[in-house]
Design a protein around this ligand. Structure first.
Ligand code: NAD
Ligand code: IPM
Ligand code: MN
Length: 348
């Protein structure tokens, strides 16, 4: 029996979590996969319930779970809270020590037309961002915010960079053996160290083709030549920004799933997008990033590759029928719940 901790969070979080759990309920029977769901408030919902975004109750439940499935956090309601929902998310990632955030994007041939890019540019895109998740500008000290001045710090140690870079080389080895390391080594000291570490680690992975890119040039190259890339490794802040860019190569931010790994067994699975307050409660959110976060969990935490493949195939079949949510087709679209029902029928 596997214990899955579900933290739906805020905005569209509960809607897309529902969708993933309905699908899991159906498909798990087919594969006799036994699991138990624990739920807990997180982010803004936890501020409302307990006065803080990341509660001790959640910490306790983490102790007893095998994997964590998360929706999204944040929203205008809490933008001026003493501790914001997003701070809870960073605290959760730090608590779990999930240093490696993996965000894969594959554009299926039959779905190229959904991309804002020309078909000949996007066709064949199959890449993965490996984002450092527990260091850099997000956690650097000192930091302060005053009336007329503010300060943030970017810090990285050799060891922090080495562990994510090794992870990325290992990942590239299992894929097409190409690694692009993204930095701003023409300006930032942390990036100069980053590049040195990448060069040092590369000596152990001579079978992997390595390329360095500055982040500004990378932002351009992802749009002009996305098929060139396989695994892209970068620091926390650059990875955040490039992820949203990568997501729309396939047509929508609502397609990009993610998994975050630590050295311990518990991993965190969450869509790359946010709580989308502009569409929350309207039953029009795209649940695919959430569903694919679930399939990443089934594969990597529970070794249920067949089950994951089944779900992903069902999603693709439904999309191939032209059945999709509003973000992908604003003219003829189905609701989140209708899309979920269609996937379940396909699984039938
Ligand atoms: P967002 O990702 O929530 O939304 C950006 C745009 O994409 C919006 O127009 C939204 O409607 C659309 N969108 C996002 N996901 C979608 C989906 N599944 N289906 C259809 N459309 C989708 O980013 P934002 O508006 O900048 O941020 C909103 C809140 O979410 C903020 O509080 C932010 O801090 C938070 N946030 C949380 C996470 C997370 O929990 N991991 C990630 C990013 C942003
Ligand atoms: C993401 C989000 C978070 C981040 C925010 C909500 C703190 O944008 O998961 O990509 O910047 O990491
Ligand atoms: Mn982001």
């Amino acid at each position: 029996m596997k214990n899955i901790l579900c933290i739906a969070g805020d905005g569209i979080g509960p809607e897309i979590m529902n969708s993933a759990l309905e699908i899991l309920e159906v498909v798990s029977k087919k594969y006799a996969f036994k699991y138990k769901i624990e739920e807990e408030f997180f982010g803004g919902a936890s501020i409302d319930a307990y006065g803080e975004p990341f509660s001790d109750k959640l910490k306790e439940k983490i102790e007893n779970c095998d994997a964590i499935l998360m929706g999204s956090v944040g929203g205008p309601k809490w933008d001026n809270s003493k501790i914001r929902p997003e701070a809870g998310l960073l605290a959760l990632r730090k608590h779990l020590k999930v240093y490696a955030n993996v965000r894969p994007l594959k554009v299926e041939d039959s779905l190229c037309y959904l991309s804002p890019l020309k078909e000949e540019i996007v066709k064949g895109t199959d890449l993965m961002i490996v984002r450092e998740l527990t260091g850099g500008a997000y956690f650097g000290e000192p930091r302060r915010l005053e009336e007329k001045e503010a300060l943030d710090s970017i810090t990285y140690t050799y060891e922090e960079i080495e562990q994510i870079v090794r992870y990325a080389f290992e990942t590239a080895r299992k894929r097409r053996k190409k690694l692009t390391s993204v930095d701003k080594a023409n300006v930032l000291a942390t990036s100069k160290l980053w590049r040195k570490v990448v060069e040092d680690v590369a000596k152990d992975y001579t079978d992997v083709e390595l390329e360095h890119m500055y982040v500004d040039a990378m932002a351009m190259a992802l749009i002009t030549n996305p098929t060139k890339y396989d695994v892209i490794v970068t620091e926390n802040l650059f990875g955040d920004i490039l992820s949203d860019e990568v997501s729309v190569l396939g047509g929508s931010l609502g397609l990009l799933s993610s998994a975050s790994y630590s050295k311990s067994k518990i991993a965190l699975y969450e869509p790359a997008h946010g709580s989308a307050p502009d569409i929350a409660g309207m039953d029009i959110a795209n649940p695919i990033a959430m569903i694919y976060s679930l399939t990443m969990m089934l594969r990597y935490s529970f070794s249920q590759d067949k089950m994951a493949e089944d779900i992903e195939n069902a999603v693709k079949l439904v999309l191939d029928e032209g059945c999709m949510t509003k973000d992908l087709n604003s003219q003829y679209y189905v609701s989140t719940s209708e899309f979920t029902k269609k996937v379940i029928q396909r699984l039938g």
